[in-house]
Write a protein that binds this ligand. Structure first.
Ligand code: 0X9
Ligand code: ZN
Length: 436
C-alpha cells in the first residue's frame, strides 16, 4: 500500500513534470516587439551599436550588425525598452525606420503551434514538403528515406553529436566516384529557417529533377549536403525561442552558446570580427573549435577536402553572395574569378523573379567577421570556389520569411547554382587552378 502511495505521488510529479513545461521551456513570445533598421554614419555610431550588442541586455536583440560606415543594423526591441532605446539612437544622431511592426505576428504565422504539434506524429512518418518549415526529426527521417530510396546514390553521413547529443546528419550523393564534388552546409545559425528548407529542396531536385540541363550538371558532380549543422540551436528555435542564433552549450554569466560561424580555427577572434563575451550573438567560443558541432564538421571537411572544389555556406538574410575573406579586407588569390562567377550567378538568380543579390567579399560587402566556415575552408583547404549565400529577404520578414517563399527562394537559388557550376567548369576547375 505504502509503495503504491509513494509511486502515485512520484508518478504524479513525473507526469506533471513532463506535461507542463517549466517557465524556461515555454515558447518565448514577441508581442509588441519591433525591428528597427538603424543607419550608422560615424565611427561613434558603430562603436555605440557594438557596445549595445556586447552588453546583450534584456529587451534588445541584434538581427544584423552593420560593421561599416553607412551600413544598416537591424535591431529587435521590446515594448518596455522602446522609448529608451530610440532616444539613445536619437541622442547619438542616428536615423532609423521601422522594419517589422510586430514580431509575434510573424512568428505566429510560421511557428508550429500546439495544434500543429499534434500533427507531428503523422508528419514524422510522411515525406518532406516545402510548404512549411519542419522539425529536425522530420528532416533527418527524410534523409534516411532518401538513402533507402536511392541506395546506389545516397549515403547518410553522421559526422558526430551535438552538445545536447543530437546527431549531426547529412548525406553524400555519389553519381560517379571520379566526379568533382560540391559541399553545402545550412542551418549553422539556428533561426535562419529558410536555409535547411532550401538545402533540402535542392537535394530533392538533385535526385528527382526533370530539367535536363540541371540533371546533366547535377549528375556530373558528387554532393556533400548538411542541411542542419547546428541541430540543438535549430530545435531550440522550434521549442523555446524562435530568435536563437548560436549553439546551446552553457557559458559563463548565465549565457548560452557560441556563434558557430565565429568558432573556426582560422584567424579566430581576429580584427574585432567576433566577440569574447559569452552573452554576445557573435561570441567566438572559449577557444577555436570549442563547439563540438563545428569541430565535427571541420573534421569531416578535412577528410573529404580533395573531393570537392565548390563550397557553399548557406545563411539568411540580406540577399548577398559573399566571397571570403571575412577576417581581412585583403583579396583572395582568385578574387577576380570568384567575383565574376558570383556576379554571373547573381544575374542568373535575378532572371526568374527579379530578386537582387549583391556580390562582394564578406569584409567589404558587410563587415569584418572572423572564424567563419568559408574563411576556414578557403584558407586551410584552398578550395577554389567558396561562397556564403545570404538568402531572402532584405528585411521585410528577415528570419521570419513566410513558408510560401521556400520554393521561389529555392528555384532562384538553383538558377544561380547552375551558373556557379557552369562558370566554374568554364574556368577549368577543378583540374586547373588559375590565378585571377
Ligand atoms: O555574420 C554571419 O555569420 C553571417 N551573416 S548572418 O546574418 N547570417 O549571421 C555572414 C558571415 C559571412 N559569411 C561567411 N564568411 N561565411
Ligand atoms: Zn547566418
Amino acid at each position: 500500500m505504502k509503495v503504491i502511495t509513494l509511486c502515485s505521488v512520484i508518478c504524479a510529479v513525473l507526469l506533471v513534470g513532463t506535461a507542463l513545461p517549466t517557465p524556461e521551456e515555454e515558447y518565448q513570445r514577441y508581442d509588441g516587439h519591433k525591428v528597427y533598421r538603424v543607419t550608422a554614419t560615424t565611427r561613434e555610431h558603430l562603436h555605440l551599436l557594438k557596445s549595445m550588442e556586447d552588453q546583450a541586455k534584456e529587451g534588445i536583440l541584434f538581427w544584423l550588425i552593420g560593421g561599416a560606415l553607412n551600413s544598416d543594423t537591424d535591431v529587435m526591441v521590446s515594448p518596455e525598452r522602446e522609448d529608451e532605446i530610440l532616444s539613445t539612437f536619437e541622442t547619438a544622431g542616428m536615423s532609423y525606420k521601422t522594419l517589422i511592426e510586430d514580431v509575434q505576428t510573424l512568428v505566429g504565422n510560421q511557428t508550429p503551434d500546439i495544434e500543429h504539434q499534434s500533427l507531428r506524429a503523422e508528419e514524422v512518418t510522411s515525406s518532406l514538403n516545402w510548404t512549411a518549415y519542419h522539425r529536425l526529426d522530420v528532416i533527418y527521417n527524410w534523409l534516411d528515406e532518401l538513402a533507402e530510396t536511392y541506395p546506389d546514390l545516397v549515403e547518410v553521413i553522421v559526422i558526430g553529436n551535438s552538445y545536447e547529443g543530437r546527431l549531426i546528419k547529412g548525406i553524400k550523393i555519389t553519381f560517379d566516384e571520379n566526379n568533382p564534388g560540391i559541399f553545402i552546409e545550412g542551418g549553422m545559425h539556428a533561426r535562419e529557417w529558410i536555409t535547411p528548407a532550401t538545402v533540402t529542396y535542392l537535394t530533392n531536385e538533385i535526385l528527382t529533377s526533370t530539367n535536363e540541363a540541371f540533371n546533366l550538371l547535377a549528375r556530373a558532380h558528387n554532393w556533400f549536403i548538411f542541411p542542419n549543422t547546428n541541430p540543438d540551436g535549430y530545435e531550440y528555435t522550434h521549442t523555446t525561442n524562435r530568435m536563437w542564433r548560436k549553439t546551446r552549450k552553457p557559458y559563463d554569466n548565465d549565457c548560452w552558446g557560441a556563434d558557430p560561424n565565429r568558432n573556426w580555427d582560422y584567424y579566430w577572434l581576429t580584427n574585432g570580427g567576433a566577440s569574447n563575451n559569452s552573452c554576445s550573438e557573435t561570441y567566438a567560443g572559449s577557444e577555436p573549435f570549442s563547439e563540438v558541432e563545428v569541430k565535427a564538421l571541420a573534421d569531416y571537411i578535412a577528410s573529404v577536402s580533395d573531393k570537392f572544389h565548390i563550397y557553399l555556406s548557406i545563411h539568411s538574410y540580406s540577399q548577398l553572395i559573399l566571397l571570403p575573406y571575412g577576417y581581412t579586407y585583403e583579396h583572395l588569390d582568385n578574387y577576380a574569378e570568384a567575383l565574376n562567377v558570383g556576379e554571373i550567378a547573381a544575374d542568373a538568380l535575378a532572371k526568374r523573379y527579379g530578386t537582387e543579390y549583391i556580390v562582394g567579399s564578406t569584409a567589404e560587402a558587410i563587415y569584418i567577421a572572423s572564424g567563419t566556415s568559408t574563411d576556414y575552408v578557403k584558407g586551410v583547404h584552398n578550395t577554389p570556389i567558396v561562397y556564403c549565400y545570404e538568402f531572402r529577404d532584405t528585411g521585410t520578414y528577415g528570419f521570419l520569411l513566410p513558408a510560401e517563399q521556400i520554393i521561389p527562394n529555392s528555384l532562384e537559388f538553383i538558377d544561380s547554382l547552375i551558373a556557379v557550376i557552369g562558370e566554374t567548369r568554364n574556368l577549368g576547375y577543378p583540374e586547373v587552378h588559375t590565378i585571377g
